[in-house]
Design a protein around this ligand. Structure first.
Ligand code: AMP
Length: 407
């Protein structure tokens, strides 16, 4: 199958060619025809599968078919959980709509007042596609200048993430400004009951597509180090030294852990930066740009960028801790081996995390290869996952809040 089989117009085909896409990915093959037919859709798929283009391309075609350029109004609204994802999706709209004249704008929180005014101007004037985070969109809607009454297309992306973040109320409120006759698409990495309920509420006879959750992981070489906590930094340092051409993303559970780890790696003369929600939007963008442009090759990140961020060619993803949710593990390792490339994902598993790690192996239905820790760093624990013992003191697992400055 090729992109020509979808009967896209010349302007869109030209942009696809410029983007270098040769053939549609499985989710694109399934989703594009359904969307072009005007069907509602519920798609279980994650980043790395090509799901963004799976809705961006048919939407552009549908908008181009209908567009009456003398009319400026909001035709499509894409609602996403994070600013990073909003920017990334907006960039795909910009890229693919280059020859079509269709306009789009990202609308997200956390930027300065100037951005708010720019967003306000665009929203009041009318722009074809709005890619927004829920809170920021509500802030604009509350002021009364946004007209969503002619929206033809609604897309909820990473819906499970949005519900986890408590955005259900905001989403329903945004929807209340739109006509019921619209076409709606919902994408989610996982399909818990809450998502099914939301889908029942807002979709009409949706086509269902399902791209197996473990799919992007197939091209990732997954490994684990079974270690004591204090062996993690020496082993990571050993791994990273001398690999100057490697692009490495390291995930930690907390901002504090990210800060500490990047300090330690800097002291080992490694080329490292950190990214988490304590940084301003501008700082985050600067760090991501430096990483993309290979000015730095190691990025220590908290979960905020584990989903949605489209950084290509990551060679190695390191989980400094075992992620609490299997979905987070899959999203994190999905940063590597994107699209056509291959990658490596390494998880550090301390004794407290063995049980959670086994849950990941059970979910993936495979044993992840346990690599040998350098003998120089001492004896390692055996891998013998035990259900956490409820009689053990619970405070071992509980997070103790410490103010970062009061170390
Ligand atoms: P996504 O799942 O939308 O985050 O896309 C993952 C990556 O695959 C992005 O870098 C896309 O640019 C790329 N991609 C999406 N569709 C295709 C395609 N048909 N051919 C090649 N690359 C693609």
């Amino acid at each position: 199958m090729t992109f020509k089989d979808f009967n896209f117009n010349e302007e869109i085909l030209q942009a696809i060619e410029v983007m270098g896409y040769e053939k549609p990915t499985p989710i694109q093959e399934q989703a594009i025809p359904a969307i072009l037919e005007g069907k509602d859709l519920i798609g279980s798929a994650q980043t790395g599968t090509g799901k963004t283009a799976a809705f961006v391309l048919p939407l552009l075609q549908l908008i181009a078919n209908k567009a009456n350029k003398s009319d400026d109004y909001i035709r499509a609204v894409v609602v996403v959980p994070t600013r990073e994802l909003a920017t990334q999706i907006d960039q795909q709209f910009e890229g693919f709509s280059y020859y079509t004249g269709i306009t789009s704008i990202p609308v997200y929180g956390g930027s300065d007042g100037k951005n708010f005014i720019e967003e306000k101007n665009a929203l009041s004037r009318g722009v074809d596609v709005v890619v927004c985070t829920p809170g920021r969109m509500i802030a604009h809607l509350n002021q009364g200048y946004v007209d969503l009454s002619r929206v033809d297309y609604l897309i909820l992306d990473e819906a499970d993430r949005m519900l986890d973040m408590g955005f259900m109320g905001d989403i329903l409120r945004i929807l209340s400004f739109m006509p019921e006759s619209r076409q709606s698409l919902l994408f989610s990495a996982t399909m818990p009951i809450k998502i099914r309920e939301l889908a029942r509420k807002i979709l009409r006879k949706p086509t269902e597509i399902n791209i197996a959750v473990s799919r992007p992981a197939e091209k990732v070489l997954q490994m684990a180090y079974i270690v004591y906590e204090e062996q993690k930094i020496p082993q990571i340092t050993r791994l990273l030294h001398g690999k100057t051409n490697y692009r490495v993303l390291i995930f930690t559970e907390t901002k504090l852990a990210a800060r500490k780890l990047s300090d330690k790696l800097l002291r080992q003369h490694l080329d490292v930066a950190e990214i988490h929600s304590d940084l301003s939007q501008t700082e985050r963008e600067q760090v991501l740009l430096a990483f993309r442009n290979r000015k730095i090759n190691i990025l220590v990140a908290t979960n905020i960028i584990s989903r949605g961020i489209d950084i290509e060619d990551i060679d190695l993803v390191i989980n400094y801790n075992v992620p609490k949710e299997v979905e987070d593990y899959i999203h994190r390792i999905g940063r590597t081996a994107r699209s056509q490339s291959e990658g490596v994902a390494i998880t550090f598993v301390n004794p407290d995390d063995q049980f959670a790690f086994q849950a990941i192996e059970l979910f993936l239905e495979k044993d992840i290869y346990k690599a040998k820790v350098d003998p120089e760093f001492g004896e390692t624990p055996t891998y013998n996952p035990q259900k956490p013992n409820p009689s053990k003191p619970v405070y071992r697992k509980k997070k103790v809040f410490r103010h970062p400055r009061k170390k």
